[in-house]
Ligand binder design. Sequence first.
Ligand code: BGC
Length: 337
Amino acid sequence: MVEVKERLENGIDVLSISNSHLTVEVTNFGCTLLKIVTKDKNNQDCDCILGFEHVEDYQKRDGTYLNALVGRVCNRIEKGTFTINGTEYHVPINNGPNSLHGGIEGFSYKVFDYTLIEDGVKFHYVSKDGEEGYPGTLDFYAIYWLDESSLHIQYSGVSDKDTLINITNHGYFNLNGYASNIDDHTLRILASKFGCVDPDGLYTGELKDVKETAFDFNTEKRIGDFIHSEDEQLIIARGYDHPYVFDTKENQVCLYSPLSGIELKVSTTYPTAQIYSANYLDGQTDKYGKIMHPQDGICIETSYIADSIHKEENPKVLLKAGQVFEEETTYTFEVRK
Ligand code: BGC
């Protein structure tokens, strides 16, 4: 069932998508996920994503990008500068010396048009040529839809000029059902390489082997056994905040909470994910009255690699005029048998 649950001011609505496995609430403000409810091992409702109490709280631009769609380009662009076809472009510097998550007024803060479809919602936004410094008018769609125990998020877009695009969802998962430390969650990531970051969080371009480091989650491991290691990269970032380059083309990430028995499997067409252990949550109150602390959630930001325009020989983030950008990430929530 798909319905408009609430109409707020300024064209901002809350939509609800549900089937017998999942209830997802999402707002057209930044295509932000508000709730993902499924049953835990005791058949009790469990909301697998952190969230604020009111939709207005998401409008405060507190820098968390809590559960928002992020664009036009997620993660950092070094010094907010890049060149396409000989023209230099400047995008807002909003994170140390770099541009983060699409700039000051990125997609996370836009009110999207939408249509209800059979099992979900189709969001639409036209980003004008030059918006936040990015070239080309970009006609962009994001479809959120349910299929049994899976939430699919499908992105597509076309630009009339060569441009950059890298869209992610910045969901803060916590499979215990409320803000609480994620040490006891287990994680599996099918990736033999991760990217190093500098003290500003910018991917340096250096890929390292995860083998024999605190970054190796190729077999399932308890996060708390590694996140507190004396690893220089973990210290710099205050936890995990690093790109992982996937070795497989599906089922790349699995997160599990022994407490609720729920596991989240993430499968994506994207080649990487920024794994971010919510290191900068800092005392915000969540929708259930709990205080959100650092490492009370985990983001699995599927995307092209951070700062692709400067760090890849053939940057995947480049979208040619008239070409179709299309990527999809599927989040499957099930009780582990
Ligand atoms: C970034 C973090 C940042 C967070 C919230 C993540 O994607 O990698 O460094 O603090 O988003 O803005």
